[in-house]
Design a protein around this ligand. Structure first.
Ligand SMILES: *Cc1c(COP(=O)(O)O)cnc(C)c1O
Length: 392
């Protein structure tokens, strides 16, 4: 079992005080640095993004915007409207433009969908991404469906279908792969749920991590948008922050029925996309970029697989099966996850997500993102070192 030294303990108190103030999301790394100063080595394994994709984006941005002398134009001029940006996306994702809604990050879409289309009870599987229950205006309309720990918090699809048929809520949400555990529901099972649950007003599927999931040995991209034609109650929400490593640009989109898209655009959201996000969509519509992206996507998946395999070899932790770019781990040696997080950050410069505030998780849990190969080595060595020194 690990213990904190005096300095770590002081940091512990300050950190958790800061966390209190930031609600259900971890404090931003900027505010943590304000508090402790910037460490010599720092690995952000709290935020869940592909660093190779950020580098790819930056290369284009530097060349075309900075060196191309376009920066002023992007800052000075109004960006195009929602529909114009959707023109770019329709080319890449092969979905009719009338079914696309562009958001200022997926979080804006989650708000829009919850506040506009949910007319009764919403079933939310826990543990999961907290905004789905936090944004519901009437908390009594949230029905929590506990994913069983003994099944690694994975969804038992048949049981779930039975349950939904029995309680007949207005809407359901599935985060696939799920955050924080990375559990993946196959396209086959998603299709089964859509078929069996067509009586629901909305079936929301959050595919923010779907680029990291795969069903074949080539890591081919999976998606479920095409199912909208047959199942008009489907709403697919997708952040682009994680897979493209561009959280600061605020980019995300949804695929949903044309009437839902127009009802949102008729009452707002026309100018919700900033200039730099608009530049991203423009870039994304180019086949050369998509090709280059797919290379860094697969490279990162491979890294992540290795990372998770190495984590699984550490006897003091349990690693939950994941098809996302992170792993949920549980401490098995009696150590507290809060102590563990603090020691990792303060003494090793590795920031991970501590999970005590996640409802539906029961135990000492941390969520660790996969990073570059080199950073993953730093993370692995830090964790091993902590256990080596624990109890000494
Ligand atoms: C991060 C995240 C979002 C929010 O994405 P933004 O595009 O940054 O707003 C939405 N859903 C899930 C499951 C996420 O993990």
């Amino acid at each position: 079992m690990l213990t904190l030294n005096e300095k770590e303990q002081k940091f512990y108190d300050a950190f958790w005080e800061l966390k209190e103030k930031s609600g259900s999301h971890p404090p931003s790394i900027i505010s943590v640095f304000d508090m402790i100063g910037e460490p010599k080595t720092f690995v952000d394994a709290c935020f869940l993004s592909n660093p190779y994709a950020t580098t790819l984006f930056m290369e284009h941005f530097n060349r075309e915007i900075i060196e191309g002398g376009k920066l002023r134009e992007y800052i000075e001029a109004y960006p195009p409207q929602n529909k114009e940006v959707a023109e770019f996306l329709t080319q890449v994702i092969d979905v009719p433009i009338d079914n696309i809604f562009i958001g200022n990050g997926a979080i804006e879409i989650i708000q829009a969908v919850i506040h506009n289309f949910i007319k009764g009870k919403l079933v939310v599987n826990i543990p999961t991404f907290s905004s789905y229950y936090e944004y519901m205006k009437n908390k009594e309309d949230v029905i929590y469906y506990q994913l069983p720990k003994e099944r690694n918090y994975s969804l038992n699809v048949d049981r779930y279908i039975e349950y939904i048929k029995e309680i007949r809520p207005d809407s359901i949400v599935l985060v696939n792969p799920n955050n924080p555990n990375g559990d993946y529901i196959s396209v086959e099972n998603i299709t089964l749920m859509l078929r069996e649950l067509s009586f629901l007003t909305n079936i929301i599927i959050d595919e923010s991590f779907i680029h990291f999931a795969y069903e074949d040995a080539d890591f081919s991209m999976v998606n479920t948008y095409n199912l909208l034609q047959e199942y008009p109650n489907l709403i697919v929400i997708k952040s682009l922050a994680k897979d493209f490593g561009i959280a600061g640009l605020r980019a995300g989109y949804a695929v949903m029925s044309a009437d839902r898209v127009s009802s949102l655009l008729e009452t707002g959201y026309q100018w919700n996309i900033g200039g730099f996000a608009n530049y991203f969509y423009r870039l994304y519509s180019k086949p050369e970029f998509v090709e280059a992206y797919d290379i860094v996507r697969k490279k990162y998946i491979m890294n992540t697989l290795m990372f998770i395999t190495e984590l699984s070899r550490i006897p003091e932790i349990k690693v939950y099966p994941s098809k996302a770019n992170f792993a949920l781990i549980e401490l098995l040696d009696g150590s507290s996850s809060k102590d563990f997080m603090v020691k990792l950050l303060y003494s090793y410069g590795v920031y991970v997500r501590e999970c005590t505030d996640k409802i539906g998780l029961n135990g000492q849990f941390l969520r660790i993102a996969s990073r570059t190969f080199e950073e993953n080595m730093i993370i692995l060595n830090a964790i091993k070192d902590i256990f080596k020194n624990a109890g000494k």
